[in-house]
Design a protein around this ligand. Structure first.
Ligand SMILES: [Zn+2]
Length: 210
């Protein structure tokens, strides 16, 4: 693969496409990457605003984990859809930023397992308990591909749009400095209240007002 970047622990990405993507939030470049990990392959999409590699500004970054139910169907069980929209509008307003759309559905357990977890939640489990009952950790995500993409763009410092201290840690442990955390807290609606409460109390997310 031309244009390949090797990141930590054998995560490698190569850009295979780039095009203009006008959206209702503003105009981005959409980049398609093929990733090869230590034990998996992955396709990733990155939306880029401005010249992130210029080195003159620290870009605003969102690493957004895919959520079909929240983003496509408008599910109120979580705040993923509104978070994605907030992130895209904030990046569009900035001179320089990027959104890595990370296909780690259901905090890394996959779509159908997430739906099975929903079933357990309907019977009273919270999101962490449901994952555990299915034999998964509370959060199975890894950020090797995201780090490889940041390396591809030559970035070693970002402003991170996130409420998740684990993401900051994952980036910093790979030498990507997070010089600022920008909160990503849209109004998620009342149905997401218990979801956000578990995120805050069991996963240490920095969420106010729940
Ligand atoms: Zn979601």
């Amino acid at each position: 693969m031309p244009d390949c970047v090797q990141a930590v622990a054998g995560y490698k990405v190569a850009k295979v496409a780039e095009a203009v993507l006008p959206t209702r939030f503003g105009e981005f470049q959409v980049c398609g990457f093929r990733g090869q990990g230590p034990d998996c392959e992955q396709e990733l999409v990155v939306l880029v605003r401005g010249n992130v590699a210029s080195g003159t500004q620290v870009p605003l970054l969102r690493i957004h984990s895919q959520c079909l139910t929240g983003e496509v169907f408008g599910s109120l069980r979580c705040d993923c859809g509104p978070q994605l929209e907030l992130a895209l509008s904030q990046i569009a307003e900035s001179d320089c930023g990027l959104l890595i759309y990370d296909p780690q559905e259901g905090r890394g357990i996959g779509l159908l397992n997430k739906l099975m977890a929903y079933e357990l939640q309907d019977d009273g489990a919270d999101t962490v308990e449901a994952n555990n009952q299915l034999g998964f950790g509370a959060d199975e995500r890894e950020y090797g591909f995201a780090v490889a993409i940041l390396r591809y763009f030559g970035l070693n410092e970002v402003r991170l749009l996130s409420n998740n201290p684990a993401k900051i840690e994952a980036l910093e442990s790979e030498g990507i400095r997070v010089s600022e955390r920008v909160p990503c807290t849209p109004d998620a609606g009342h149905k997401a209240h218990s979801y956000l409460k578990t995120k805050k109390e069991k996963l240490g997310h920095l969420v106010d007002g729940v």
